[in-house]
Write a protein that binds this ligand. Structure first.
Ligand SMILES: Nc1ncnc2c1ncn2[C@@H]1O[C@H](COP(=O)(O)OP(=O)(O)OP(=O)(O)O)[C@@H](O)[C@H]1O
Ligand SMILES: [Mg+2]
Length: 539
């Protein structure tokens, strides 16, 4: 149990007052353990689960360390994404609310650099930035690192990973030798931990993780569903659980755009966040999500780390993440600061193996969840609707409506139940959807045919198409190409499943050989694809 109070920590009254305004009553374990050590000036690697207050754990010591009289740059916090830089900067501003003479500035790409230069000229002591833009300012000499006392890497493992490492090295090399270097993250893979040696002196590794890497207050489910059914399953889960806010993760920008269009077409308030959008659009989407104008954020991994939005009650892995660490960060967008959360990961076939890797890495077990039935969804919708009806009745003032109803019933000779039932149908619509029947991959394997193709329909052969990662080719293009090359009409080709980079296509058995011969290493819309016989090893 954590018995340390904020009063026991060596922090100034101004900060104590501010964090009390923020609703922090007691320090979280990572705050209790790391604040004194960071304040002592030591280098620190702080690891604690998602949503447990790592931001304040480094922000409070930064604010205690810098000298408000000195207007030079004294602390630099580096974050992997623009949204995170903005968020951390806001948190530091909140904590320094009662302090005088402190200036902080988020600097990130996609924002006009002139405006940033102007603000920097005013004397900024704490910069919170993304590496690229920080380097840009260093090169322009608009950011002077000579007086930097402290460098913090938030999401340190990501920052030291390949994508950012070089930039981080450049930035750190510009700071004084005797600076303090502080790393925080919920995950710290061994390989990355090795790298920290290059930047830190005798670091203290403060690790507040339990057995599991994920927080216990997130209920983690997995659902077996093939790609074709994912959208419907997602909608049903959202209808049944009715989360205040949800984040849905896709592995590609294009996938998230497509999903947003489909959700919007079904009447959901959803929008996308990914790296292809302009910064102004990214800001608008985040503001809408924080404000509740949209309640579903469909995002790539750009939103996986650090983002803190209070009412996110559910996270969906619409596509399973490529890295195990990312699973931890993604689902960590819910269940923050001790709140409850729920997560659903969609898996199918070969992805079960990836899921097992995730379970091993996080030391947690994902619980199997069935696909909600139409009846489940209806029950939920009807009960929610009746709740509204009840509250309308309780508010009263229905005299006029009652008169209309009585007149109508008398004139047409209907009972009020007849009318109420018709009104219900009008309000809720008639459910015409069919139940989803998920074929089990195992059953398909049993149906394996002699030619090595898996589970194809009678008379059809299933072929495996390797599309390669990040290639922009669609099922219909592949079907079209086969029809063009081999001369079999598209309609003869059966079902098609997209497993992010893997696609299966069914062709009539007598045409299978021809397709395989003619379509080896061909290009479709500039994308190299490869059609092979499907076999069990692939799954
Ligand atoms: N001592 C505290 N008491 C109550 N709430 C707190 C406390 N410290 C932080 N919080 C709140 O908890 C939430 C999560 O904090 P924060 O974003 O710092 O988590 P994190 O550990 O950095 O998570 P992640 O690994 O996802 O980045 C924030 O809304 C923050 O305001
Ligand atoms: Mg964080």
């Amino acid at each position: 149990m954590n018995t340390i109070k904020f009063e026991d920590l060596p922090i100034s009254d101004d900060i104590k007052k501010a964090i009390s305004d923020m609703g922090f009553e007691e320090p979280s374990p990572i705050q209790a353990q790391s604040i004194p050590v960071v304040l002592s000036g030591k280098d620190v690697i702080g690891q604690a689960q998602t949503g447990t207050g790592k931001t304040a754990a480094f922000s409070i010591p930064i604010l205690e360390t810098i000298n408000p009289e000195d207007k030079s740059l004294q602390a630099v916090v580096l974050c992997p994404t623009r949204e995170l830089a903005i968020q951390v900067s806001k948190e530091i501003r909140k904590i320094s609310k009662y302090m005088h003479g402190i200036k902080t500035l988020p600097i990130y790409g996609g924002q006009p650099i002139d405006r940033q230069i102007k603000s920097l000229k005013g004397g900024v002591q704490i910069v919170i930035g993304t590496p690229g833009r920080v380097i840009d300012h260093i090169n322009r000499k608009t950011l002077k690192m000579d007086n930097v006392k402290m460098v913090v890497l938030d999401e340190a493992d990501e920052m030291l990973d390949m994508g950012f490492r070089e930039d981080i090295e450049t930035i750190i090399s510009r700071t004084p030798e005797d600076r303090q270097t502080v790393f925080f993250s919920a995950t710290m893979p061994k390989g990355i931990l090795e790298l920290t040696k290059a930047y830190q002196k005798n670091p203290e590794h403060i690790k507040v993780v339990r057995k599991e890497l994920t927080v216990p207050n997130i209920k983690q489910y997995y659902i077996e569903t093939r790609s074709a059914n994912k959208l419907e399953v997602l909608c049903r889960l959202i209808d049944v659980y009715n989360p205040k806010l949800s984040v849905v993760f896709c592995n590609t920008k294009r996938g998230s755009d497509e999903l947003v269009s489909e959700l919007q077409a079904r009447g959901y308030f959803a929008d996308a966040l990914h790296g292809d959008l302009k910064q102004t659009q990214r800001d608008i989407v985040m503001d809408k999500f924080r404000g509740g104008t949209i309640d579903i954020l469909v995002a790539t991994d750009v939103a996986a780390r650090g983002i803190d939005v209070d009412d996110v009650e559910a996270v969906f892995n619409y596509d399973l993440p490529q890295d195990e660490e990312y699973y931890v960060h993604r689902i960590g967008r819910t269940g923050r600061a001790g709140r409850e959360g729920i997560s659903f990961s969609f898996v199918f076939g070969k992805e079960m193996r990836k899921m097992k890797d995730i379970e091993r890495y996080t030391k947690t077990k994902l619980i199997k969840h069935g696909i909600p039935s139409i009846a489940d969804v209806e029950e939920k919708k009807v009960s929610a609707f009746f709740k509204e009806v009840k509250s309308t009745m309780e508010q009263g003032k229905l005299t006029k409506q009652m008169q209309w109803l009585e007149t109508f019933c008398q004139e047409e000779d209907y009972s009020t139940v007849d009318v109420a039932a018709a009104l219900l149908k009008l309000a809720l619509g008639e459910e015409l959807k069919e139940e989803i029947v998920e074929e089990k991959p195992r059953q398909r394997r049993e149906a394996r045919s002699k030619d090595g193709s898996t589970g194809a329909q009678e008379g059809m052969a299933r072929l495996f198409i390797n599309v390669g990662r990040n290639q922009r080719v669609q099922a219909k293009d592949i079907l079209g190409a086969i029809a063009g090359e081999v001369g079999i009409p598209g309609k003869l080709i059966g079902t098609i499943d997209i497993y992010d980079k893997y696609t299966f296509v069914e062709v009539p058995k007598q045409n299978a050989k021809k397709v395989l011969e003619k379509m080896k290493d061909i290009k479709i819309k500039g994308n190299k694809i490869n059609i092979e016989k499907a076999n069990n090893k692939r799954r």
